[in-house]
Ligand binder design. Structure first.
Ligand SMILES: [Zn+2]
Length: 804
């Protein structure tokens, strides 16, 4: 519902309007149950974490309902509460729930109490000011807004507040949160703008929030403010948050990928409403930069963890792929907006790819576990978590999933775009034509779609059926990925049983006719198993292929394959594929089978291969629902591109322990140390490593306990060093000790001049980007210890420790 009575707002907006999700009731077996689980599981647990972590308590304290200090870690923790309210508001429209409605009322009342008299809302500062400024977060400064370009996230919180407020108002008709948002936006409007503060938002999202506020209220000043926050960026800020150039001069996707996609979405909104070509040109070039070189096959974006963002073109490592769940959601926001601007199916191709793969993998089947990064390969070090200190991803899932039905259709006065094939009953208005549409499909497992059109009265209009790229032999617009096989099985379209071959325009089959009650369109999109290869410039994907069926990207995962090992698999080039639906697996999924063989390194340095065996593939998004373990999307075609099982060396057969096995939330497995995978350099993120971070300025160790006493005379170490950005460097000193009875003794190093002698620990070689090898007087021993002196300022880590 829209507030009326204000004349400022013009009708200018996107030329194509989405059919709002409230008007599209999903009836399918894939998304509808997920949306139900989001309502039953994700939203309640997300609110309960907000309660137990102190996020809600922060509002209570700031509002005077309780006393104490700021309860949580980050100043942007307020935003999680807003995002979950947004999700709950959407959810209420599909699943009315008086208890949840009442809970929101109470929560919003608390938020209102926490808002200062002049509209300022940021619990960290409000609480700190109750304690004479003590407890103000180090990311904020004593003056409001001053550090927002860096890290204070004051405007970021408000962007999510505005989105939540509009959602809550539209869902319930209640103005409670909307009034809080309007009061806040009034203050922002007073403090910022051409006459006010010139600080740009460090983490974008307020731009989209203000546009929604503008649409809901008709107040043009919110639109002006959104444009102000975009135009004030650059040219001398950080690339990390896209302030290195004026937004209209940007042509490449750089920096933090969530901030980036939120900004591009805000720019699209302004471009649409104000017909701003400069914005449009910029985002068009940026979109090409992403899609032609910086996106994963799964639709994930943001290759590197250090900046949580974009790397150079074609730098797309699989195991260390960042692909933050929030960035997938942001990428969907941007591509949806670009579709609404241009009506081109290529944007929905990216949206659909992201939706079924990189976004969906962000949440478990149980709907209560979440990935922050979504890597394309794992050695078992990745596992979804129940919650995070920084909880942006779960709260983003909570608000995104209930809104999925809103991506199915788009309309102009005379055209109905059918973008996604999901069973639903929809009520659609095309200009003044009222139409019910019923769609039957079994996506993503089957490509048959039946659309029944029921216009209130007979009417002539165009129905535009999206013919996905994967049906037109286009793995992705621009060719970063290509289908390796030939598929000539075309799609088929009929209306009331009569076969048609309509023209294809921008990825849509256009059917222009007079439609009457009960007219039926049948669309058949063939879904053979397809193989995909990557552009040769993506190093990690050389001599590998991926498998896709419909929009779904597949992976090999440990429970389905030989003794839980998949990284050492090689697929037979030219092998055939079979596919079947397995109702009992992962709540029902289409599985693909092919064949391949296992590889293993030999002691002599060769590679041996196993007999041919079956290889089972499951949808990538469904991995890690059966515990952590190996997984890969890109399947090696040659032994050289696989990760063969380690040779049965002494190190591999030994028990390996260290004095740091876990740090923080993420366990650090020692398995990297003897997996015999050599990195390309000391900061090779495609290879797993062991580290002691955040420990520093102390001696630490790793220890091999051999199966039986062995004679050892050589050892090699390859250090990890993620400088200058990360926290690890090559160590200050190290040494090797061996077990002599019950005591540990240093080995005697071979020295050309003095013969064998124990040397001081600081004369061991310490090399970055290469091996440190030492030879020593042979010792027969049951164990070897690698002692490492960490630098005063930095921690250390290593890729590999070999003993011979
Ligand atoms: Zn996130």
């Amino acid at each position: 519902m829209i507030l009326h009575g204000c004349t400022e707002k013009s009708d200018a907006d996107y030329p194509i309007r989405p059919v709002p999700f409230m008007s599209v009731k999903l009836t399918d077996n894939f998304w509808a149950p997920r949306i139900k689980k989001n309502a039953d599981v994700t939203i309640p647990i997300a609110f309960s974490y907000c309660e137990s972590s102190g996020r809600v308590k922060n509002f209570e304290i700031a509002g005077g309902l309780d006393t104490g200090t700021f309860k949580t870690i980050y100043p942007f923790d307020d935003s999680d509460v807003f995002k979950i309210i947004e999700g709950a508001a959407y959810s209420l429209q599909t699943f009315p729930d008086p208890k949840l409605d009442a809970y929101l009322d109470t929560l919003i009342w608390k938020i209102g109490l926490a808002q200062e008299d002049d509209g300022y809302l940021y619990t960290n500062r409000t609480i700190a000011e109750m304690h004479g400024g003590k407890g103000l977060h180090e990311w904020a400064s004593t003056n409001r807004w001053e550090l927002d370009s860096i890290l204070s996230h004051e405007l970021y919180n408000l962007g999510h507040l505005y989105e939540a407020a509009v959602a809550h108002y539209q869902a319930t008709g209640k103005r409670s949160l909307l009034d809080i948002a309007i009061k806040s936006a009034g203050l922002v409007d007073k403090d910022f703008g051409p006459e006010g503060e010139k600080v740009y938002p460090g983490h974008q999202v307020i731009e989209m929030g203000l546009v929604k506020l503008y649409r809901a209220t008709g107040e043009k000043k919110y639109l002006d403010l959104a444009r102000f926050f975009l135009d004030i960026r650059g040219p001398n800020g950080d690339a990390y948050n896209q302030a290195h150039k004026r937004v209209v001069d940007q042509t490449e996707a750089v920096g933090h990928s969530v901030r980036a996609t939120y900004m591009y979405s805000g720019m699209a909104d302004i471009a649409a409403i104000e017909k701003n070509d400069e914005y449009l040109n910029a985002i068009t070039k940026i979109w090409e930069d992403i899609v032609y070189g910086k996106i994963y096959l799964t639709g994930g974006i943001g290759a590197t963890g250090g900046n949580e963002g974009f790397a150079d073109p074609y730098v797309l490592p699989n195991m260390s792929a960042y692909c933050e769940t929030c960035a997938s959601i942001g990428n969907i926001f941007t591509n949806h907006r670009l579709f609404l601007l241009h009506g081109d199916g290529k944007y929905i191709d990216i949206l659909e790819k992201t939706l079924y793969n990189s976004m969906l993998s962000g949440v478990s089947l149980s709907a209560d576990r979440f990935f922050y990064p979504n890597p394309l390969e794992s050695n078992g070090q990745h596992e979804r978590q129940a919650w995070f200190g920084c909880a942006c991803c779960p709260s983003n899932v909570a608000r995104f999933v209930p809104a999925i039905p809103g991506y199915v259709y788009g309309t102009t006065k005379n055209e109905l775009y059918v973008n996604l094939y999901i069973s639903n009953d929809a009520y659609i208005e095309l200009g003044n034509k009222k139409i019910s549409v019923s769609q039957k499909a079994d996506f993503p497992w089957d490509g048959k779609v039946e659309l029944t059109v029921n216009p209130e009265v007979q009417a002539k209009f165009k129905i535009k059926l999206r013919i996905p790229g994967w049906v037109r032999n286009e793995a992705i617009p621009g060719g970063l990925y290509k289908f390796a096989d030939q598929n000539n099985a075309g799609y088929a379209i009929s209306v009331n049983g009569e076969t048609l071959s309509p023209e294809i325009l921008d990825g849509y089959a256009v059917i222009n006719r007079r439609w009457g009650k009960g007219d039926k369109i049948n669309l058949e999109l063939p879904m053979p198993v397809r193989t995909v290869v990557a552009d040769g410039r993506i190093k990690d994907d050389i001599d590998k292929m991926a498998v896709q069926r419909g929009p779904v990207i597949y992976c090999a995962e440990w429970p389905d394959n030989n003794e839980g090992k998949v990284l050492n698999l090689v697929i037979d080039e030219g092998s055939s594929f079979t596919t079947e639906f397995v109702p009992g697996l992962l709540e029902g999924t289409q599985v693909i089978k092919t064949s391949g063989f296992q590889t293993r390194k030999t002691i002599e340095g060769g590679i041996e291969t196993s007999e041919k065996e079956d290889v089972t593939l499951i949808p990538y998004a469904l991995w890690n629902n059966r515990g952590p373990g190996q997984m890969m999307v890109w399947l090696p075609l040659k032994a050289e591109s696989a990760r063969p099982l380690p040779a049965p060396t002494i190190a591999y057969r030994s028990k390996l322990t260290g004095n740091k096995v876990e740090t923080g939330l993420r366990p650090v497995s020692t398995s990297a140390v003897n997996d015999q995978i050599e990195p390309a350099n000391s900061n090779d993120r495609s290879v797993s490593y062991y580290h002691w971070w955040p420990d520093r300025d102390q001696w630490v160790y790793l220890q091999y306990d051999f199966e039986k006493p062995e004679t050892i005379s050589k050892t090699r170490v390859y250090w990890f060093d993620d400088g200058p950005d990360g926290g690890c460097r090559i160590p200050d000193e190290w040494e090797i000790q061996y077990k002599a009875g019950n005591v540990w003794k240093p080995v005697k190093i071979a020295d050309v001049e003095t013969g064998l002698r124990p040397v001081s620990t600081n004369s061991y070689p310490i090399t970055k980007n290469g091996w440190d090898s030492i030879e020593f007087e042979p010792v027969k021993t049951s164990g070897l210890k690698l002692r490492v002196k960490l630098n005063k300022e930095f921690s250390s880590g290593l890729y590999e420790w070999i003993v011979e």
